[in-house]
Design a protein around this ligand. Sequence first.
Ligand code: SF4
Length: 357
Amino acid sequence: MKIKLLGKNLEELKALAAEEGLPSYTAKQIARWLYVKKAGSIEQMTDLSKAAREKLQQKYEVGLVRYSHLQSSSDGTKKYLFPVSCAHTRALNASCSGREDVKLEDGAIEAVMIPDDDRATLCVSSQSGCKMGCRFCMTGRQGFHGNLSAADIISQFISVDESDRLTNAVFMGMGEPLDNYDNVMRAIEILTADWGFAWSPKRITVSTIGVLPNLKRYLDECKCHLAVSLHDPFPDERLEMMPVQKSWQIADVLALIRQYDFTGQRRVSFEYTMFAGFNDTQAHADALSRMLKGLECRVNLIRFHKIPDFPYGTSSDLIIENFKKRMNNSGITTTIRASRGEDILAACGMLAGEHKS
Ligand code: SF4
């Protein structure tokens, strides 16, 4: 199997050039072909000598994963399905070579492009499935199939039809990004480096349910925005919805976040999905405002999209509006997130690698 060039940073490309006896400037040329010109093959890298290309082709490939299916919503949102061969699926299949009865299908992951006036935001996946088991999430119900490599993540940016006009990215697709820390950070390095996509970190938001050890690393090492899935201010209720509350309490997540400065370029927001009769009362709004008091932040209220075998529906528009007003009156900036792509199962919490035909 050939080694993928996509997903490598400049240092690694320099090491690769040295190993192959190519001039060191070749590394920058390859990075430019991969991340600026978005070449799909080594053959296309025409400012490398023919001999250099032939040498590289013996051992390497670009490794771009192209989408296999596309659905468009009536609101302009587009959902892309990517076939992804996850490491643990490959390992299992290799260990069961010849046993078709135990062969696993490779995972499928999704990226969603959300247009909004002059913006085009890509919601990217970081894992195939997810370990975190949030009860309200279709991805969580799938179980975990594997981490995406940096190449898999960057492929989502390059392969979508809107690649050249993307303005923002949110790591809010399938998976918990901070549970795949190294590959997500590598992808962000490629997106923000001047030899890569050269995006400002302000264009990228990473969402987490609060994987505490890696959240600290993220806040220390990365300048991108942070979104935290909070969903309930009361620990016992949050635990009912989100098993992560057992390992990492939301109070500890907030105590950590308060140690960092969010008054400048980097912003923190909190996602709050509204479940009718569960977390949408005035008492919840008041507890949430007390919890976030003094923190420079924003709360996004999200309409819940009903999923099978889950006891709660979405709160009414009136309740959501009143919740918002109560939060804003208490001094916490709160908005209602517009729901996008519901008709193609592309809205928050609906991604499951399934496509409506
Ligand atoms: Fe995983 Fe996020 Fe779904 Fe929770 S909400 S199960 S962290 S994908």
